[in-house]
Design a protein around this ligand. Structure first.
Ligand code: ATP
Ligand code: ZN
Length: 221
């Protein structure tokens, strides 16, 4: 990446995209038109936005391919369990959108109603690192079954006794006969800073952008 232009990684499409786009717009960033591009230049700031999958954002920032990134704390902290480099990333700013909770849930009226009941049971999740850490802290020994998605069907399909999954309204849990009984992590979108972002020629642009982001967040309250 060019040393005097700031690069920011955002989700290409999904639940973080809309909030990221709105934040940039309200911060006065104008993007040059480029359909389906990986990289879009700003017309009015020395800033390039890279559009990628949210799961790739921490690694892009940790490796220095991008200076900053917007990602959910859930993804950031899950990947931090697997990578020292990601664990060393700095959270520059909490952004206050894409709020959700990582929760443990089990079938309604079943034998699992508290964390202790998970001993010797199986838990399906897309967040094995965070789930394992939580269980260790609570001294509960359970088997974790990693799933890429549709975790909420696991108990019904006899794949697992319980799940650990992202919840916002709880409607998906309810539709699958599940009840949440513990929160593992409360998450929102955060701005993460890479190791070289503070020293390259784009640091001034970053300062300006963060300042404007803070203004946008303050005006929402
Ligand atoms: P990608 O294709 O980029 O990998 P994805 O399918 O992994 O996308 P999304 O479902 O778009 O991800 O969710 C992105 C992030 O939005 C999640 O990691 C989380 O931080 C947040 N999020 C997830 N579910 C919700 C929800 N129900 N309400 C609000 N925010 C959520
Ligand atoms: Zn993802």
């Amino acid at each position: 990446m060019s040393a005097d232009r700031l690069t920011l990684a955002v989700q290409k499409k999904g639940r973080l995209f809309e909030g990221s786009e709105e934040l940039l717009k309200r911060a006065g960033v104008k993007l040059a038109y480029a359909r389906d591009a990986l990289l879009r230049r700003s017309e009015n700031m020395p800033l390039d936005i890279m559009f990628i999958r949210d799961d790739d954002i921490p690694n892009f920032v940790a490796s220095g391919a991008c200076d900053y990134g917007i990602v959910g704390e859930n993804v950031l902290y899950e990947l931090a369990e697997r990578s020292q480099r990601v664990a060393g990333l700095e959270v520059a700013l909490k952004l206050g959108f894409a709020r959700c909770k990582l929760k443990l849930a089990a079938p309604k009226d079943g034998p699992i109603a508290r964390v202790e009941d998970l001993a010797g049971k199986t838990i399906a999740t897309s967040y094995p690192g965070l789930t394992r850490k939580f269980l260790q802290e609570r001294g509960v020994d359970a088997e974790i079954i990693e799933m890429g998605g549709s975790v909420e069907v696991a108990p019904r399909m006899n794949i697992a006794d319980a799940i650990c999954d992202l919840v916002s309204t709880g409607a998906t849990l309810e539709a699958n006969g599940l009840v949440a009984f513990e929160t593992v992590l409360e998450s929102e979108a955060v701005l993460i800073r890479g190791p070289k972002a503070a020293v390259n020629g784009a640091a001034e642009t970053a300062e300006l952008l963060i300042d404007r982001f803070q203004g946008v967040i303050a005006s929402r309250q």
